[in-house]
Write a protein that binds this ligand. Structure first.
Ligand code: HEM
Length: 484
């Protein structure tokens, strides 16, 4: 006899034969009483859960954030309270547009989602590798994503749809310039930066508030692929980025990022030259220099991809004391969308899954629901207020409030002194040297030239003209050449 453990059914009964189904005689049909066969086939049918509606494809790892600089004058978040303090993290990288079966080496933004397991609960910062985004109102998000994912008829991403949406969304010009430029295809997840992208609120112990933007600068250095290199790599190895991360960590080459914030006193927001809550704009570093916070290191691979990566749930609405949301409309939409996605994709009790469970003690009156497996808080009272010693509110808001004014209604974005949809796209274009500009233009023209409708092409070129006449002219010429 071997010393292996006994194979059992799901309910723990020993399995006698795992190679031959039970049949009515050696050559006869199979028996419905064969629990091992029925259970195996039925469980197999239920292995998949809905993939994420965006960012379906990704890779994750554990590590820590170590605070390197004193930021207590800006936030009273406990995990940032002391130089040298370490907080465990789980970080998931992802591509955005394609489904789970896509490839890693594609021109697409990358997700950079960090879960900080702090002593005051989980803080999730669900960002990208780009400081800006394509749109500034969450109402447009489902249409935007439909236009970038597979076409309902052809089943593949269509240049018509991609460019039709962008050509109707002038505010996308900045992010499109970013995406089509040299940084549009990271060589690996280790060789790219991360950004919180949105503006958030930090509040210190005295109640003083700042608007903040997060930056994670890769310590490995930025490395990117050209369109040609990416095409070759994606064809050869669809899992290039996932494997690179996994292997680096297995070999002890732990990737790290230096964490910074840009800070703006809340009272400065109204007069700032750009709307500081507009996700299509950066705050130039000359206006708001970066302040170093810490070092984020990834040093442990998950043991099980399904349990820890597929079931990971990040929500921009998971804040801790000292940190809060801004009125950025995109962020406001996301505060709803992620928890809702998790309840659909994973179920109402997803916060009990080990990768999502807070390391801080959690106690409340939420009960029941499918797949509750923590004892459901036993006999403890399930209502509040109660007279039986159940958990009670602190009375201390996580962040201070801010003034708002105006009429309820649907509103155009608020434009500040220097705001328009093109100014920062033009600045980014002018920052590139001529060779980088040429690559940018070639990437744009390569896609635009495939569009079937001239009106879409003209509208899109108009946006590049508005960003910089030379930019528009170059794109127009390149598209004409390709179209012959
Ligand atoms: C209103 C705009 C947006 C909406 C409605 C939205 C919605 C969603 C949804 C529903 C998911 C899937 C969540 C899940 O199933 O676990 C997701 C994933 C994700 N989104 Fe967004 N999103 C928006 C904009 C953004 C922006 C601006 C960023 C970055 C700055 C971003 C970064 C991510 C990342 C990184 C993930 C993957 C998280 C993970 O690794 O599990 N999204 N988004």
């Amino acid at each position: 006899m071997t010393s292996r453990p006994i194979l059992t059914t799901e309910s723990g009964a020993p399995v006698a034969d795992n190679q031959n189904s039970a049949s009515a005689g050696p050559g006869g049909p199979l028996l419905i009483q064969d629990q091992q066969l029925i259970e195996k086939l039925a469980r197999f049918n239920r292995e998949r859960i809905p993939e994420r509606v965006v960012h379906a494809r990704g890779a994750g790892a554990y590590g820590y954030l170590e605070v390197t600089d004193d930021v207590t004058s800006y936030t009273h978040a406990a995990f940032l309270s002391e130089v040298g303090k370490r907080t465990e993290v789980f970080l998931r990288f992802s591509t955005v547009a394609d489904s789970l079966g896509g490839a890693d080496a594609v021109r697409d933004p990358r997700g950079f989602a960090v879960k900080f397991y702090t002593e005051e609960g989980n803080y999730d910062l669900v960002g990208n590798n780009t400081p800006v985004f394509f749109i500034k109102d969450p109402l447009k998000f489902p249409d935007f994503i439909h236009s970038q994912k597979r076409d309902p008829f052809t089943g593949v991403q269509e240049p018509d749809n991609v460019w039709d949406f962008w050509s109707h969304s002038p505010e996308a010009t900045h992010q499109v310039t970013w995406l089509m430029g040299d940084r549009g295809i990271p060589a690996s997840y280790r060789h790219m930066d991360g950004f919180g992208s949105h503006t958030y609120l930090w509040v210190n112990a005295e109640g003083r508030a700042h608007w903040v933007k997060y930056h994670f600068k890769t310590d490995q250095g930025i490395r990117c692929l050209t369109s040609e290199e990416a095409q070759e790599l994606a064809g050869r190895d669809a899992n290039s980025h996932q494997q690179d991360l996994h292997r680096a960590i297995e070999r002890g080459m732990f990737p790290s990022w230096t964490m910074y914030v840009q800070l703006m006193p809340v009272e400065d927001a109204a007069a700032y030259r750009f709307n500081p809550f507009d996700l299509t704009k950066v705050w130039p570093h000359a206006d708001h220099p970066r302040v170093r916070v810490g070092r984020l290191v990834l040093n442990r691979n998950p043991e099980n991809i399904f349990a820890e990566v597929e079931q990971a749930a990040f929500s921009p609405n998971n804040f801790v004391p000292g940190i809060g949301p801004s009125p950025d409309k995109m962020l406001q939409g996301r505060l709803f969308a992620y928890g809702d996605a998790h309840r659909y994709r994973l179920g109402v009790n997803h916060t009990q899954l080990p990768v999502n469970a807070p390391h801080a003690a959690a106690d409340n009156y939420g009960r029941d629901g499918a797949m509750r497996f923590d004892g459901n808080r036993g006999r403890a009272k399930n209502y509040e207020p109660n007279s039986f010693g159940g958990p009670a509110e602190t009375g201390r808001p996580l962040a201070t409030g801010y003034e708002v004014a105006g009429l309820v209604g649907t509103h155009e974005p608020v434009a500040h002194r220097e705001d328009d949809d093109f100014v920062q796209a033009g600045n980014l274009y002018r920052l590139m040297d001529p060779a980088a500009q040429a690559r940018l233009v070639a990437n744009i023209a390569g896609g635009l030239a495939k569009v079937s409708d001239d009106a879409i092409v003209e509208r899109a070129i108009g946006h590049f003209h508005a960003a910089d006449p030379a930019y528009g002219h170059q794109v127009e010429t390149a598209v004409k050449e390709l179209r012959g």
